[in-house]
Design a protein around this ligand. Structure first.
Ligand SMILES: Cc1cc2nc3c(=O)[nH]c(=O)nc-3n(C[C@H](O)[C@H](O)[C@H](O)COP(=O)(O)OP(=O)(O)OC[C@H]3O[C@@H](n4cnc5c(N)ncnc54)[C@H](O)[C@@H]3O)c2cc1C
Length: 429
């Protein structure tokens, strides 16, 4: 690769939303930044998600971060000079059971303690939020300040803005390992050669656990597969991103993203390695999970065995593109049509799958390690990192440039997996 820089202040591994947002904020601070991406920019989770940008239903530890992220989202199109299809239409959860209502009532009190206003909506009030809908009788909860954006646009806009400030993005450039010397980071080994850097940010989504395993660090992380469909255009329905047994949001062109919370887990070596720490998670969310033995699951086992095998995996799976669960999506379309009669004529135009990187407590790691010094991790966003992208990018830049973040990140420390920290998930959605 002719343009491989010999050195940089910061090398970021992974060009999803976390890598691109980190690059943007670091480049704005005047640091030289190189982003290495094994495939294409936003090829994995960051372009495959639903596009919900929500504070609603978050684990209490994430609420302050997400409130700050929400503030950034509101001016992000202007800041990046880009169309992100940002719609500040709120987030609405329609209760499916009484137990869910009770959980959200408790959550609403916690959110209010942080200054986040969400309101309970009686069944009779649901028409004002999603006109013409048939959403059941249990009511729901609405966070008016939430929104949505288009995943296929946001990471690229961050990339362009970062490049405008001098950052370099290298695609088809897998990082095979983080290099260390005398207990601190000295750079990375890429498939095209070495780059020297005192700071490396691992923003490599589901691959982070494997990258850390080769440094002797244990990061419990498994992949689960979500499926999403885009429908043909419907008449204007609502601007609110909604969960009502089916997740849907309508884009500016009338097409809709639809999905369900049910996910598939293709069994792989991590399922066994980390099975015990995921038990609580499984007990809570097991009804939404189906286990399968996938081809990728078997082959990724190799990636943990040796660096040579990891290299093969990183270049073989440039961009993970799992087959969506079409049966599930047909069922989702049926549910959408029941809930929204105005969408009766829509069809599925395209569908895709995406692997989500899960941690046992469904919280990410946003942390700088002591050993090796100079290693920063921003990973494990457990199916809700798109909305957090902007604030995570800013916090990573603070960790690197100021030596400490402006917000309390103790709940997101890496050591919680090793110091007996509570790994119970408090997320409501
Ligand atoms: C189906 C689905 C629905 C979702 N819905 C929502 C939602 O509505 N709202 C929300 O907030 N979040 C949602 N999420 C979650 C959100 O998409 C993710 O949390 C977020 O995109 C994670 O971003 P990331 O940058 O950490 O990871 P990724 O986007 O996965 O990026 C990581 C990148 O690192 C690269 N990489 C990995 N290893 C290496 C290496 N060794 N060398 C070079 N490059 C490497 C990968 O190729 C990849 O491009 C959803 C996710 C999915 C899959």
């Amino acid at each position: 690769m002719a343009n491989l820089p010999a050195r940089a202040d910061v090398v970021i591994v992974g060009a999803g939303i976390m890598g691109a947002a980190s690059a943007w904020y670091l480049a704005k601070r005047g640091l030289s930044v190189v982003v290495c991406e094994k495939g294409r920019v936003a090829g994995e989770q960051s372009s495959r998600n639903w596009g919900f940008v929500r504070q609603q239903g978050r684990d209490p530890a994430e609420i302050p971060l997400m409130m700050e992220s929400n503030r950034i989202w509101r001016t992000l199109e202007r800041e990046l000079n880009a169309d992100l299809e940002w719609i500040a239409g709120g987030n609405f959860v329609v209760f499916q059971t009484e137990a869910e209502r009770a959980t959200f009532e408790r959550w609403q009190g916690i959110a209010a303690g942080h200054g986040l206003q969400s309101r309970l909506v009686p069944a009779a009030g649901m028409q004002q939020i999603v006109p013409g809908s048939q959403l059941g009788t249990l009511g729901g909860i609405f966070t008016e300040t939430d929104g949505q954006a288009e995943p296929t646009k946001v990471t690229h806009a961050l990339q362009r803005a970062a490049e405008g400030r001098g950052a370099t993005f290298l695609t088809d450039c897998a990082v095979f390992g983080v290099e260390t010397s005398a207990g601190r980071v000295s750079g990375v080994e890429t498939e095209h050669g070495p780059i020297t850097a005192p700071t490396v940010v691992l923003a490599c989504g589901g691959w982070t656990s494997r990258m850390l395993a080769h440094l002797g660090l244990r990061f419990p992380q498994v992949w689960i597969k979500g499926s999403v469909a885009r429908t043909t255009s419907a008449p204007p329905i609502a601007e609110v991103a909604t969960w009502a047994g089916v997740a849907f949001r309508q884009r500016r062109d009338g097409t809709m993203n639809i999905a369900t919370r049910s996910v598939d887990h293709d069994l792989m070596v991590e399922s066994l390695l980390f099975g015990r720490v995921f038990l609580d998670d499984y007990r809570k969310h097991g009804h939404d999970l189906r286990l399968r033995l996938g081809r990728l699951g078997l082959s990724t086992a190799l990636g943990r065995v040796s660096r040579a095998a990891l290299k093969r995996e990183l270049t073989r799976y440039r961009t993970l593109d799992p087959t969506p669960n079409h049966r599930q999506l047909d069922m989702v379309l049926g549910r959408l049509k029941q809930a929204i009669p105005a969408a009766a004529d829509v069809r599925i135009d395209r569908a895709w799958g995406g692997y989500i990187d899960m941690t046992p407590d469904m919280l990410p790691v946003i942390d700088r390690l002591d050993s090796p010094d100079g290693l920063v991790i921003a990973s494990g966003f457990s199916g809700h990192g798109f909305g957090m992208g902007p604030i995570v990018g800013r916090l990573v830049s603070e960790i690197v440039a100021d030596g400490q973040p402006s917000m309390d990140l103790s709940a997101f420390r890496f050591r919680r997996f090793h110091d007996g920290g509570d790994l119970t998930s408090d997320t409501v959605i």
